[in-house]
Structures are given as C-alpha cells and as structure tokens.
Design a protein around this ligand. Structure first.
Ligand SMILES: NC(=O)c1ccc[n+]([C@@H]2O[C@H](COP(=O)([O-])OP(=O)(O)OC[C@H]3O[C@@H](n4cnc5c(N)ncnc54)[C@H](OP(=O)(O)O)[C@@H]3O)[C@@H](O)[C@H]2O)c1
Length: 452
C-alpha cells in the first residue's frame, strides 16, 4: 500500500543531516520504489521548489556517499507544506494531502512532542497511520507516561515507534547475533562468570553549536536514559523466542524493570562539565562560554552511573554506563569483564581476566585472552581475537526509516521500556538537581572528571 512519510520538523538539523541521507540510501537500494512519498512540514514559508533546493544542499553536504542520481530521485519525491505542527487545522490540511497510509515522524524538539500529539488527537487519522517519535521521549517518567497515554489514543502500540538509532547500529544489532546465534557465550553470560559490564560512549566532539537542545537536556537525558540503557537491555535480557518487535520489547522491558537505580549517589554517579582544552589538536572553549549556554543550569556534559540488576542471572554484577563530550579519546564500547579463573596454575604471573569488547564506530568485536607467549613455554601474554564487522549497507537512520515505513517495530523502544528507563534515571536526576553530587570540571581533551 502506498505510504507517505510525513516529516514534522522537515527543515530541522536531524532531517537534513540524517533523515534525508537515510532516505537517499533507501532510494538507491530500491526500497522506496513507487510506494513511498515524502512530505516535509516546517514553519518556513517555502515553496516546494525552495524546500527541494534546501534538501539538495543538505544531501550534498551529508550524503556524499550516495550516488547523485539517487539523491536526485529522492529530491523528486519530496513535497513541502508550511505549518505549525501544534495547530490541529494545519495538521488536518497537511494530512488531507497525503495519499495512502501516513507515517508521521516527529523530528521535533522534545518539548514539542506533547502539543503535537495532542493536536493530532483533534485530527481524524487515516486507518493504518504510524507515528514515530524522536528522542529523548519526555523529560521524566511522568512526562513519558503522558506522551504514551496520548500516543495510545492515536495509534495502537505496534504502530507507535519511539526511535533510538543506536538500536540500528551494527555493533548493537550484533549483541543479538553474538549472544543468541552462538553456543559459546550464553553459558557464561551471568553473575557466576561475569565480573562487571561497562557501556561507554565517549565523544571527542564538544557542543557543536547545539546549545538550544543540549543545554536543557545534558548527557544523562541525551545518552544514558535512552541509548545506553537500551544497550544494557540487549546485553542483559533473557533470550527471546524470536527476533521480532513483540519478543524483544517483552524481554527488554523485563530486564529494565529489574534494574535497581544507583544505591549511593555520591559513590555510584559522576557528573561533569568540560572546561577549555585541546581535543586531538582542536581548541575547545569552556562549555559555559559556548553561545546559548546558561551556566546556572549546571548542565552536565559527562554523565556516569552504576546500577545492578535484581534477577537470578545478574544479581550483584555492576553495570557502569558512561558518556561524555570533549573527551581525549572516543572510547565507544560495551565491555564484558569476566571473572578470574578459579585457580591459576601458572605460578605468580599477574594476569588480567578475559574481556569481550563490542566496539562501536568503527564496529568490531575483540576478545582479550591470556595465551602462551614467545620464549618460556608457560609464560602467558595478553592476545586479542579481533574482528572488524563489515559496515551495514544502510546507515542507522536508513535502516530505522526502512523499518518504520514497513511497520516493523523490532527496532523501536516500547511504551514500558521508555517509562522504565526514566524510572531508573529519575533518582539520579533528582539527586543531581538537589546538589547531592558535585558537578566536577574536566579539561576538554582529558579522560573525564573521574580521571582529572
Ligand atoms: N540533530 C541530530 O543530530 C539528532 C540526532 C538524533 C536525534 N535527534 C532528535 O531529533 C529531534 C529533532 O532534532 P533537531 O536537531 O532536528 O532539532 P531542530 O534543528 O531544532 O529541528 C526541529 C525542527 O522542528 C521544527 N519545529 C519546531 N517547532 C515547530 C512547530 N511548532 N511547528 C512546525 N515545526 C516546528 C523546527 O522548525 P524551526 O526551524 O522553524 O524552529 C525544525 O525544523 C530531537 O528530538 C532530537 O533529540 C537529533
């Protein structure tokens, strides 16, 4: 059936930098042939031609890897309507233009999600409408519940997408393949054998002119509440009976329900903000001097917390989640640290236990082991089995859009998952805003606040 992707916020940064390039890849792959139109909605008083020109420029900037012919074919599919997405009359007019099944994508600031969804309740949506909502899904648990309640008035849960593009990244998808298509790991994937798990997404980039959004969100809301907790859910969940939306969301929801928020905020959480410094040869100003930043908000650019999971598989195993901006190295990985062997028969050699690292961007899997080295026959040394994962044909957003358009919820966050993730994060937010944990400064280019 003909579908129209209606991009609310079609003139925004996300649309230009990630959605249009993802769509161009889908055109190139033949995934949109004849079946899909794209209608962008924005507040600019543009003609269709002017929007197409804007899109063409964004594609030239961000989709250089897609052949020009595919970019042109996408541009020919694009329509544009001016409108305020919080005004029911404007939405009614937009949707009246849509042939077939609308896939309404909220590529909007998250403060606009609720008024937009509320406005949509006053419009009669065609049968089969899908609604996709960007992240962060609300600002706290109450907000997420309210968003879910309105979404459920509009479409059934299986046609509501809460997007998290990390779920479409090769390494994150590969957690499922590695765990559930191999016999090797699952028997040791539990508290008897795993010492601790780290889920880290360190960025070398600073604010990059995004104060409008970031300064009211911060690292905890921007990264840990969604992307990192989703990775925790995939690493820690029980085996699903099938890789589909229903099974994955049930298993992920179960494990998120079992996550116990940090016990001791001063010990188990770290909150930091970068000061001026040099990152890989680039000078970065102090975060607070960036345009649009209000220092009084005390927004963190680095967030870290440790949680445990109250179930048989994981009792007592710490899961540390961490993400920060302007750090010296872009460490991005899920690291599973195994326990030491019960008895080491190799004298007093100091050996690190095994570590399995699932690296992101570039995607790779590394298993660090202790193996016989050169020289003395029983002198062990650290060796790594290292595999580079082939890049996906589609970018994370390309894949996500393909799934959303096909009505497949496998890569979506469910209503329960969204609320549970806020339940975990909320006590941290409360402790931080009450000043229970100091905001520690770290120079841009350093290893972060815990390392000075
Ligand atoms: N940018 C990224 O790299 C990125 C990555 C992942 C996820 N996201 C998520 O994607 C969403 C959008 O982010 P963004 O960076 O694209 O934000 P943005 O640049 O501020 O764009 C949002 C768009 O929404 C439009 N808009 C806001 N209020 C509107 C209204 N009442 N009626 C019609 N249009 C309205 C804006 O139009 P005006 O220009 O007229 O204000 C703009 O086109 C956010 O939830 C963000 O967290 C962004």
């Amino acid at each position: 059936m003909q579908a129209t992707l209606v991009v609310l916020g079609g003139t925004g940064d996300l649309a230009g930098r990630l959605l249009l390039p993802g769509l161009a890849q889908l055109v190139q792959a033949g995934a949109l042939d004849g079946d899909v139109d794209v209608l962008a909605v924005g507040r600019d008083d543009w003609s269709e031609q002017e929007y197409r020109e804007w899109a063409r420029t964004r594609l030239a900037e961000h989709a250089g890897h897609v052949p020009e012919e595919a970019q042109d074919r996408l541009v020919d599919l694009l329509g544009y309507e001016r409108g305020d997405v919080t005004a029911p009359d404007d939405l009614r007019r937009v949707l009246a233009r849509v042939p077939g099944r609308p896939v309404v994508y909220l590529a909007l600031p998250n403060t606009v999600f609720l008024p937009t969804l509320e406005a949509l309740t006053e419009v009669e949506l065609p049968e089969g409408t899908t609604i996709a909502v960007e992240k962060p899904f609300g600002r706290d648990e109450a907000d997420a519940r309210e968003l879910n309640a309105v979404l459920h008035r509009l479409v059934p849960e299986e046609r509501a997408f809460r997007t998290d593009h990390f779920l479409a990244k090769q390494t994150v998808l590969n957690v499922l393949g590695l765990r559930f298509a191999n016999r090797l790991f699952e028997p040791v994937w539990n508290a008897s054998h795993v010492d601790r798990v780290e889920i880290v997404f360190d960025e070398t980039l600073g604010l990059e002119g995004r104060a409008g959004y970031y300064d009211t969100a911060g690292a905890l809301r921007d990264m840990l509440q969604n992307h990192l907790l989703q990775q925790l859910a995939l690493v820690a969940m029980e085996p699903p009976n099938a890789v589909d939306g229903a099974s994955l969301s049930a298993r992920k929801a179960d494990v998120l329900r079992a996550v116990r928020p940090p016990a001791d905020m001063a010990r188990d959480t770290v909150r930091g903000r970068y000061t001026a410094g040099t990152v890989q040869g680039r000078e970065l100003p102090d975060y607070t001097s960036e345009e649009g930043v209000d220092p009084a908000r005390e927004t963190e650019t680095h967030a870290e917390f440790t949680v445990t999971i109250d179930n048989w598989r994981w009792a007592g195993v710490p899961f540390r989640l961490r993400s920060g901006k302007a750090l010296g190295a872009g460490r991005r990985e899920i690291a599973i640290w195994f326990k030491p062997v019960p008895h080491l028969a190799f004298g007093d050699q100091q050996l690190q236990p095994d570590v399995l690292r699932l690296g992101l961007d570039p995607d790779h899997v590394t298993l660090e082991l202790n193996l016989n080295g050169a020289g003395e026959p029983f002198d062990l040394e650290r060796r790594a089995l290292d595999i580079d994962l082939p890049p996906n044909d589609l970018s994370a957003y390309g894949l996500l859009l393909r799934e959303v358009l096909a009505g497949d919820a496998t890569l979506s966050i469910s209503d329960v998952e969204a609320e549970q993730s806020w339940r975990i994060v909320e006590p941290v937010l409360a402790a931080w805003s009450a000043g229970e944990v100091p905001l520690r400064e770290y120079p841009a280019g350093s290893a972060g606040p815990d390392h000075g």
